[in-house]
Design a binder for this molecule. Structure first.
Ligand SMILES: Cc1cc2nc3c(=O)[nH]c(=O)nc-3n(C[C@H](O)[C@H](O)[C@H](O)COP(=O)(O)OP(=O)(O)OC[C@H]3O[C@@H](n4cnc5c(N)ncnc54)[C@H](O)[C@@H]3O)c2cc1C
Length: 309
């Protein structure tokens, strides 16, 4: 390994420090970094990136987290359990925006039960430094905290690669690739957070496997297909899912489609005596396509149909 920042010299060569490395094929997997939202006053306060929160000597007295995606939710629970007073602010109508609404609601209830304050449909309007910390204007009220953590989005690490040198196409959310992870430049592939699309570990791993197979296998027919990828948010309870959400199913459904959701007794709920969470299967009766959401729940068996809203 060469512990340096790489930038393109040409489509077969990168510069790393004072040396140049060449290869017939290049895979770009430079990941992402915290995006800084354009909130008035943000330049006047000190804020943290998630990885900085892992290197703290002291537990913050109070923490405002901007963004209720996987990163924001995991850190909210970690610091609430360490003893911080945590407020999480999310501009959208539900936490874990990509997740099933019902499952996200269960997770929100579990976090609130632990004392985490969740503010939805509201961004931070402005920040200001105060004598004993930071004040944030959130939906017309003032929230005073000792620390702020930004978790409202990530940006792909493309600038240092100097992509213009090889004419690498960069879209709105990252490097543009086809379903074999090929970029527009012959001999250059890309995978993971640096690619436009969801920034999640299972997706990065999946794309890397497809790219490497396409780069080196003599014949590869594998194409990226995101219709049934498992994802996970490592809170307690965890929120795991695979396939379409109920909301996505309805949004693409024709009038002839009918579906069912089923909540069933969850073996882990019985052993851990949890009262929150659900296990949910949503399936399209016509195509038999199926999705699942999981979390422990001590519930009696429920099997029922759901109808489109
Ligand atoms: C705090 C946090 C919590 C998360 N929690 C979850 C979760 O619960 N579930 C989930 O699915 N995902 C989660 N994610 C997302 C997950 O970590 C990423 O999707 C995944 O790490 C992406 O892998 P990657 O290899 O594309 O990029 P990375 O893991 O970011 O690796 C990219 C590497 O490239 C290096 N690099 C960058 N530019 C250059 C350059 N020019 N030259 C050389 N090297 C360079 C970087 O330093 C880095 O080491 C979380 C992310 C964060 C930050």
């Amino acid at each position: 390994m060469v512990p340096e920042t790489a930038s393109f010299v040409d489509a077969r060569t990168v510069r790393v420090g004072d040396q140049q490395l060449s290869g017939e094929r290049i895979l770009v997997a430079t990941g992402s970094r915290t995006a800084v939202p354009p909130i008035p006053g943000i330049e006047d306060i000190e804020w943290d990136r998630p990885h900085q929160r892992l290197e703290l000597d002291d537990v913050p007295e109070s923490l405002l987290i901007v963004g209720a995606g996987p990163v924001g939710l995991e850190f909210a629970q970690i610091f609430a359990r360490f003893g911080s007073h945590v407020t999480i602010v999310n501009s959208g109508p539900q936490i874990a925006a990509r997740a099933d609404t019902e499952a996200a609601g269960e997770l929100q209830a579990a976090l609130e039960e632990e004392g985490i304050e969740v503010v939805l449909n509201s961004g931070v309007d402005s920040f200001a430094r105060s004598s004993d910390g930071i004040t944030a204007s959130v939906g017309g009220r003032t929230v005073a905290v000792s620390h702020v953590l930004l978790a409202s989005g990530r940006l792909p690490n493309v600038e240092e690669l100097e992509p213009d040198r090889i004419g690498l196409e960069i879209g709105r959310g990252g490097i543009t690739v086809d379903d074999r992870q090929r970029t527009n430049v012959d001999g250059v592939w890309a995978a993971g957070d640096v690619v436009a699309g969801p920034m999640l570990t299972p997706i990065a791993q999946y794309q890397a496997r497809i790219a490497v197979e396409d780069m080196f296998a003599s014949s590869s027919s594998r194409r990226a297909d995101y219709s049934a990828l498992p994802t996970a948010i490592f809170t307690d309870p965890e929120l795991g899912d695979v396939g379409l959400t109920e909301q996505r199913l309805w949004s693409r459904a024709t009038t002839s489609v009918s579906s069912a959701s089923v909540a069933v007794r969850h073996a882990r709920a019985n052993t851990s005596a949890r009262s929150t969470g659900l296990y949910k299967i949503v399936f399209d009766r016509e195509t038999r396509e199926c999705s699942a959401y999981s979390g422990p729940r001590a519930a009696s068996d429920i099997v029922g149909s759901i109808t489109p809203p």
